[in-house]
Design a protein around this ligand. Structure first.
Ligand SMILES: Cc1cc2nc3c(=O)[nH]c(=O)nc-3n(C[C@H](O)[C@H](O)[C@H](O)COP(=O)(O)OP(=O)(O)OC[C@H]3O[C@@H](n4cnc5c(N)ncnc54)[C@H](O)[C@@H]3O)c2cc1C
Length: 333
C-alpha cells in the first residue's frame, strides 16, 4: 500500500498536464503518482495515430487557446513525443507503467483507495484521465466472426499486401486515413452515410474532395452498410441501398469516432449518471475528477483541450479538496 496526495490514472496528455499543474501549485513530484495501463506514455496516440499523421493544434476546428504550461502547435508525431518526454524528464514525473486500476473506493475519512492488481494507492484526490480512444464506436451490423481480424479501428496494422481497403466514416479520422492509405498505395473506397464532407475541418474536406474528383479513391456517398460476410480471405460488404452492389475488400477500417468507456468506469465504482452538458470535471464522487477526453462532453476532445482540462481540474481540486501550497499560476500579461 502506498500513500500519495494525488493519484492520476492515465499518462496521456490530460494526465501529464494534470501532474504538471499540481507541481505548479506547489506539490512535489513525489506527491503524485500516475498509473498507466500500458508500457509507454500517451499509449493511445502512440498506437493509434499513423506515423505520417500531422498532429493538429486546432483539432476539429477547436481553437488552441492554452491556459497552462502545456500547449502544442501543429507538429509531427515524433515532435509531440519529444515534447512530452522532455516535460516528463524536467518535472521528474513518477509513472507506474503496466498497471490497470480495478477498483476505486471512497473511504470514510474522505480519502480514496485506488486498487490495481499490483498495488493499492491511498490518496486525497483522484484524476481519471484514461481517454476515450480505447473504446472505438463499432459498425453495429452483423459481421462474420471468421473475418473479425479484418475489421480495424485504426490503420496501424494494415499490411501493404491488403490492397483494397474500405474506410467507413465522414469525420476527420476517415479523411486522414483515406489520404494516408492512398499515399501508401492502397486502393481505397470511402463509405459515408452523408453526401458532403461537412463534418471534417476545411483542409481534410478539401483533401478528400480532391481525391474523389481526381478519381484516386472510390466514394460511396449516402451508403449504409447492412452486413459483412466472409469470402475466402476477403470480406464482402453488403449495403442497404441497392444502388451499391456487394463490395469485396481486403480489410475494413471503421472510423466512426470513440465512445466513453462507461462500462469500465462503472466497474471501477464510478457512477457516470449525472454527467451532462459540454464540459464536466468533478464526478458525483466528490474528490474524483475527470480530465481530458472524459471531461469533453459531446463535442469531443483534443490534445490542447486535454492540457487545459488538467489545469482546470487541479484548480477545482485546490479550491475544494486540497491544501495547495501555491496560488494559481497566472501567465504574465
Ligand atoms: C484518429 C484520431 C486522430 C486525432 N488527431 C488529433 C489531432 O491531430 N490533434 C488533437 O489535438 N487531437 C487529436 N485527436 C484527439 C486526441 O488524441 C485526444 O483528444 C487526446 O489524446 C485526449 O487525451 P487524454 O489524455 O484525455 O486521453 P488519451 O490520449 O487517450 O490518453 C489516455 C491514457 O490513459 C491510458 N489508459 C487507458 N485506459 C487506462 C486504464 N484503464 N488505466 C490506466 N491507464 C489507462 C492510455 O494508455 C493513455 O496513455 C485525435 C483522436 C483520434 C482518435
Amino acid at each position: 500500500m502506498s500513500t500519495f496526495p494525488i493519484v492520476i490514472i492515465g499518462a496521456g496528455p490530460a494526465g501529464i498536464a494534470t501532474a504538471i499543474e499540481a507541481i505548479n501549485r506547489g506539490y512535489k513530484s513525489e506527491d503524485i503518482v500516475i498509473i498507466e495501463r500500458f508500457g509507454e506514455v500517451a499509449y493511445m496516440i502512440s498506437s493509434k495515430y499513423p506515423d505520417e499523421k500531422p498532429i493538429l493544434a486546432n483539432y476539429k476546428g477547436r481553437m488552441a487557446a492554452c491556459i497552462g504550461d502545456m500547449c502544442i502547435t501543429d507538429m509531427t508525431k515524433k515532435e509531440f513525443f519529444d515534447y512530452l518526454n522532455e516535460v516528463i524528464t524536467k518535472y521528474k514525473l513518477k509513472i507506474e507503467f503496466h498497471q490497470q486500476v480495478t477498483q476505486i473506493t471512497k473511504l470514510r475519512n474522505g480519502q480514496f483507495n485506488v486498487a490495481t492488481k499490483e498495488d493499492t494507492y491511498t490518496c486525497d484526490v483522484v484524476f481519471v484521465a484514461i481517454g476515450n480512444m480505447a473504446a472505438p464506436r463499432n459498425l453495429g451490423v452483423p459481421i462474420d466472426p471468421k473475418i473479425s481480424d479484418k475489421i480495424h479501428y485504426d490503420i496501424q496494422n494494415i499490411k501493404a499486401e491488403q490492397r483494397c481497403v474500405l474506410v467507413v466514416g465522414g469525420g476527420d479520422s476517415s479523411a486522414e486515413y483515406t489520404k494516408i492509405l492512398t499515399e501508401r498505395g492502397h486502393s481505397v473506397v470511402l463509405s459515408y452515410r452523408g453526401s458532403s464532407f461537412t463534418r471534417m475541418i476545411e483542409q481534410n474536406a478539401k483533401n478528400t474532395q480532391s481525391l474523389v474528383d481526381e478519381k484516386k479513391i472510390h466514394y460511396l456517398s449516402e451508403s449504409l452498410i447492412e452486413r459483412i460476410d466472409a469470402k475466402d480471405s476477403s470480406s464482402v460488404v453488403y449495403f442497404k441501398d441497392e444502388k451499391y452492389p456487394p463490395l469485396i475488400v481486403s480489410v475494413v477500417v471503421v472510423a466512426l469516432g470513440t465512445e466513453r468507456p462507461t462500462n469500465y468506469l462503472n466497474t471501477l465504482g464510478i457512477s457516470t449518471k449525472t454527467e451532462t452538458g459540454e464540459f464536466f470535471s468533478e464526478s458525483s464522487m466528490k474528490g474524483l475528477f475527470f480530465v481530458g477526453d472524459l471531461a469533453s462532453g459531446k463535442s469531443g476532445g483534443s490534445i490542447n483541450f486535454a492540457f487545459n482540462s488538467g489545469v482546470k481540474a487541479v484548480s477545482e481540486a485546490c479550491d475544494m479538496h486540497l491544501d495547495c501550497p501555491l496560488p494559481a499560476y497566472r501567465k504574465a500579461g
